[in-house]
Design a protein around this ligand. Structure first.
Ligand code: 13P
Length: 244
């Protein structure tokens, strides 16, 4: 297992000044090793925060277009984010839910991200209803197989999956450790054990230690707790202590 990857998904939060002051506080106070912090800010802050974070933090885009360029008003291409980013989040449940992103579109975006030499972090997970009716595995299978159909098998090892059960996002509820373990090993089984899997959904400094004790996990995708710089630094400290 390499360094745990701890990704802060800022979603549609912060002004540019708030993003910059987070970055300034972070670079002064981030002292731990053995962990890779990643921040996924709004597109419009990528340039300014990257000049503050420099090599201390990798950046991720929260989304990109599946198209490479052209007349697609309001879209952002992978080449536009490439100067700043190492990773791109794709298929976040909020994109699937509020912007009707289908499994096929997520697969197309994944291919676009890989062709640009960036690393896709593909979010998968079941809704509250699917969870209730025991459909987790079939939902994960559909979401993941759509991606594996498009991406050549040689490139599967470059994919990172983030298991984010929709019902755990922003709810304060998380699956139990055995449930997360089971979902992660299911994802690894479908993908022939090639790639890293992260967990996301109501992660905070209170539960990070317990969740990261799952040795199959490669890291975390943190939403609201990542908006507080001290809280995010604390999660990084916990990750670094656990995986020394
Ligand atoms: P919360 O940590 O706020 O539940 O959000 C998780 C998430 O959606 C990260 O991508």
């Amino acid at each position: 297992m390499g360094k745990p990857l701890i990704i802060a998904n800022w979603k549609m939060n912060f002004s540019v000044l708030e993003a910059e002051s987070f970055a300034e506080f972070f670079v002064k106070n981030f002292t731990v090793s053995n962990v890779e912090p990643v921040i996924a800010p709004s597109f419009v802050f990528l340039q300014s925060v990257s000049s503050i974070f420099k090599s201390k933090v990798s950046l991720a885009a929260q989304n990109v277009s599946e198209k490479s360029k052209g007349s697609f008003t309001g879209e952002v291409s992978v080449d536009m984010v490439k100067p700043f980013c190492k990773y791109v989040l794709v298929g976040h449940s909020e994109r699937r839910q509020f912007f009707s992103e289908s499994n096929v579109l997520v697969a197309e975006k994944t291919l676009t991200i890989l062709s640009a030499g960036l690393i896709p972090v593909i979010c998968v997970g079941e809704s509250a209803d699917d969870h209730k009716w025991g459909k987790r595995d079939s939902v994960l299978l559909d979401q993941i197989q759509a991606v594996l159909k498009k991406v050549p098998q040689l490139d599967w090892s470059k994919l990172i999956f983030a298991y984010e059960p929709v019902w755990a996002i922003g709810s304060g509820q998380t699956p139990s450790v055995p449930e997360i373990e089971d979902a992660v090993s299911f994802i690894q089984k479908i993908t022939l054990n090639h790639q890293q899997v992260l967990y996301g959904g109501s992660v905070s400094s209170k539960n990070a230690k317990e969740i990261l004790s799952i040795s199959l996990l490669s890291g975390l995708l943190v939403g609201s707790a990542s908006l507080n710089v001290k809280e995010f630094l604390e999660i990084l400290r916990i990750a670094s202590n656990l995986r020394k």
